[in-house]
Structures are given as C-alpha cells and as structure tokens.
Design a protein around this ligand. Structure first.
Ligand SMILES: NC(=O)c1ccc[n+]([C@@H]2O[C@H](COP(=O)([O-])OP(=O)(O)OC[C@H]3O[C@@H](n4cnc5c(N)ncnc54)[C@H](OP(=O)(O)O)[C@@H]3O)[C@@H](O)[C@H]2O)c1
Length: 269
C-alpha cells in the first residue's frame, strides 16, 4: 500500500467554485400535494427552479399548484408524477419520466413525502405499521437518493434535503415507529454528507415540529391535550409551510452547509 498522499482535484489546484444558483435547475419535491411540499415548491419556483412534483393519492392539489405557477412564468418546466413511496417500481418510473420530460434526473432532491399514523404507545403499534412507516419514510428516501446521486455526481453539483422531524430526537406527538423512521434519516444524511461532499453534493435535514396548514396538522385545535399543544410551544403558535420552505431554500442556497439537521420547532425540544 502506498503511503503517498492522495492528490485530490482541489489539492491539484482546481478550486471548487461557489455555486448556489437555482435558476434553471431541476428540483424534485416529493409529497408536493401536501402542505410542506407545496410550500417548498412555491419557494423554490420563486428562486428560478424547474419543478418535478409528486403526489400519491391527491392529484388535484399538484395540478392546481402547477397551473398557479405556470401562470406566473410560462417558460418554466413542470412535471407531475404519481408515486407511491412504498413502491420501488413507482420510484424507478419517476426517474424515467424525469429523464424523458426534463432530459435528466433532479439537481435538487427534496425528499419530503412522509407518513405517520399517530399511535403514541408502543404496545398499540402493529408490527405491520412499523414496517410500513419505515418503508415510506426511510427506505424510500434511500431509494430516491440512490437514484438521484449519479446525475448529481456526474455534474459535480447537487443538493439533497430530507424531511425529518423533531421525532428523530425523541419529541413530537407520535410513537416510536415514526421516531425511528425519522431518526434513520438523520444517520443516513450524516453518512451521505461525508461520502458525497467530494462530488459537490450537500446533504442536510430539516426537522420540523408542529407545522400547521398540513394534512398532518391542519390547525392548532388538532393538538389540544398533546405535547404539541400551542400552549407548550415557546413561541406560542404553530409553524407554517412557508417557514419550512425558507429553511429548505436556505439549505439549497448555502453549499458550504452540509451534514446538518435544522430543528424548526418554535423552541420545542
Ligand atoms: N406537519 C408537521 O408538523 C410535520 C412535522 C415533522 C415532520 N413533518 C414531515 O413533513 C413531511 C410533509 O408532511 P406535511 O406536514 O406536509 O403533511 P401532509 O400535508 O399530510 O403531506 C404529506 C405528503 O406525503 C405524501 N405521502 C404520504 N404517504 C405517501 C406514500 N405512501 N407515497 C407517496 N407519498 C406519500 C402525501 O401525498 P398524497 O396526499 O398525495 O397522498 C402528501 O403529499 C412528512 O415527511 C412529515 O413526516 C411534518
């Protein structure tokens, strides 16, 4: 084995450019039929991105979102895809469709689609529910990253953002099945951030808590009597999809930031 240092491209005098531009880049937002996904899509559109948006059972919100954004800029490219994150076949088809429509895979992956049946107590969590939650929240993000990385690595630029949760650090209103699925994302993110930095790809998480205007938490009334009750949130209100999108966009626009999970919880621990 040689003891000579490995000469990287950087050491060889090819500095890595600062490039945080989103204009013209393809952003894949999964779960864009939901509150946080739609918020992210709108905000990244404002920063010039082309959008590939997924839904699972609710097509209408994605159709409406695309019409709304198309009316603002008809030069932008949009595509909508029906994807069940429990299906490898659907995820593979999603990447084939993006290739056909956009000519390549995503430059930015926002793996946001998620599922969490609220069952606080371990004794009540069916083993099948554990398996399904891990499949949709953790396994699907792995498959999406695996499919997205080759294009990003080839062009030496990419952003991956996984939608975690305060549950990953033990908080929130759900049970250990949901917590484990989100904590798994954290480990995968930290590993990938180290492995992929050399390819110009950053990998981060957003870990929200108590974001209203979503299917998961429609309004504050939904949380009364739970640890997420507004009276327990230090800032005194729910968060919004727009605020979650602000953090996602910041991560996309800050290529020096990688391997981090940003807790967005109004001060909740
Ligand atoms: N709201 C919060 O306070 C909060 C807190 C922490 C983390 N999160 C995370 O934020 C993400 C977005 O959730 P949200 O709050 O915006 O809730 P939401 O409005 O209910 O959105 C959930 C999204 O995930 C999609 N989805 C669910 N199961 C799916 C499956 N099997 N295959 C494909 N897509 C699926 C839904 O698609 P369809 O509607 O088309 O079926 C929808 O687009 C999730 O990962 C969630 O765990 C939310």
């Amino acid at each position: 084995m040689s003891l000579e240092p490995v000469i990287t491209e950087v050491q060889a005098g090819q500095p890595v450019p600062v490039d945080n531009e989103l204009r013209g880049r393809l952003v894949l937002v999964t779960g864009a039929s939901g509150g946080i996904g739609a918020g992210c899509a709108r905000d990244l559109f404002l920063h010039g991105a082309n959008l590939a948006l997924t839904y699972s059972s609710n097509k209408a919100p994605v159709d409406a979102l695309i019409s709304e954004l198309q009316a603002q800029d008809s030069t932008r490219k949009f595509s909508s895809h029906k994807v069940d994150m429990a299906s490898d076949e659907d995820m593979t088809k999603l990447f084939e469709e993006m290739e056909q429509i956009h000519g390549h895979g995503p430059d930015v992956l926002i793996s946001n689609a998620g599922y969490g049946k609220r069952i606080p107590n371990i004794v009540d969590i069916p083993i099948s529910e554990w398996d399904y939650t891990i499949q949709v929240n953790l396994r699907a993000s792995f498959v999406l990253c695996k499919l997205a990385v080759p294009h990003m690595a080839q062009q030496k630029w990419g952003r991956i953002i996984l939608m975690s949760s305060i549950a990953a650090i033990g908080g929130g209103i759900n049970g250990c099945h949901y917590a484990a699925s989100k904590a798994g994302l954290d480990g995968m993110m930290r590993n990938l951030s180290l492995k992929l930095a050399k390819d110009g790809i950053t990998v981060n998480n957003v870990a929200p808590a108590m974001i209203g205007e979503t299917g998961m938490i429609p309004n504050a009334g939904f949380l009364v009597g739970t640890p997420g009750d507004v009276k327990n949130i230090p800032v005194g209100r729910l968060g919004t999809p727009q605020e979650t999108a602000n953090v996602v966009t910041m991560l996309c626009k800050t290529g020096y930031l990688t391997g981090q999970s940003i807790l967005l919880s109004g001060g909740l621990k």
